[in-house]
Ligand binder design. Structure first.
Ligand SMILES: Nc1ncnc2c1ncn2[C@@H]1O[C@H](COP(=O)(O)OP(=O)(O)OP(=O)(O)O)[C@@H](O)[C@H]1O
Ligand SMILES: [Mg+2]
Length: 254
């Protein structure tokens, strides 16, 4: 579904990514792991058009998407969450989720102002889908809250609901359980499992190794901007390069 070919990204001459190559197969959950500063978020930003790679190519469903603007990539069916939450604090929870469906609402300003009946009907359908997503993430009782007033864990779930409500082709998740307590982590883990069994394709950046090793079909390991291993959770766990770069710490936290 997604192919990364020799992606490099430099910031002011310093390499954050060096010739990273791997593929994300359709219908699978690929985990992207690596120590702090390994380049995981930079890679997600390159895939989603937030950053332009310095070199290399990205193909999504056999189409070249390298350096396309973020809105075009989003319209092609790639959604994401952010490591540092990006929600609209003054919009309600429901409105935040509806922004994940904007591609499907696509009407001109004039049509929206005319309030044609079929548009109202479509708006109702979008709202029902948004409310269904909020229900799945346990936010149904907070739909009219301003999103900025939510607790941290609920904000993370608003992002997850927004990223999944539009039924995207590919979901990129940058540390979705970071900062959540054990109960919240288990609930999000369950949602990820459900998305995976429903056949969604996901790329998951996560430091919670217990979750990664349990849920991932494939694990890609970055270290100092380089891809040092790719394989099943078991293969990666036993890879000497990974052990050296990372697993000592992972075993301690798993
Ligand atoms: N906008 C930027 N300008 C300059 N340097 C950056 C920028 N974004 C990231 N970097 C640098 O690129 C490297 C990779 O950072 P990145 O945030 O991708 O790591 P990460 O693997 O996501 O780490 P973490 O696990 O802490 O989230 C780091 O050295 C970081 O300081
Ligand atoms: Mg990061």
């Amino acid at each position: 579904m997604l192919q990364l070919k020799q992606i490099s990204k430099n910031f002011g001459g310093l390499p954050a990514l060096s010739e990273v190559t791997f593929t994300v197969p359709k219908g699978q959950l690929t985990a992207l792991i690596g120590p702090n500063g390994a380049g995981k978020s930079t890679l997600i930003n390159c895939i989603t058009g937030v950053l332009e790679p310095s070199s290399g190519q990205i193909h999504f469903q056999n189409q070249q998407i390298t350096a396309l603007p973020a809105y075009k990539i989003s319209r092609m069916g790639i959604s994401r969450t952010f490591q540092n939450l990006k929600i609209f604090p003054r919009l309600t929870v429901l409105e935040n989720i509806l922004t994940g469906l904007t591609c499907e609402g696509g009407n001109s300003m004039l049509m929206a102002m005319l309030r044609l009946p079929y548009l109202r009907h479509r708006e109702r359908k979008l709202k029902l889908r948004a409310m269904d997503a909020l229900d799945r993430f346990g936010l149904a009782d907070k739909i009219n809250w301003p999103a900025g007033a939510l607790a941290y864990g609920d904000k993370k779930r608003v992002e997850l609901a927004r990223a999944t409500v539009g039924q995207p082709q590919l979901i990129l998740l940058d540390e979705p359980v970071a900062g959540l307590n054990a109960e919240e982590t288990a609930a999000v883990g369950e949602q990820l499992r459900l998305l995976r069994s429903a056949g969604h394709t996901m790329l998951l950046v996560e430091h919670d190794m217990a979750l990664v090793m349990e849920i991932a079909d494939q694990v890609v390991v970055l270290d100092s901007g380089k891809c040092i291993a790719t394989g099943s959770p078991d293969e990666v766990r036993q890879n000497p390069l990974v052990l050296e770069a990372y697993l000592g710490r992972m075993d301690a936290t798993a």
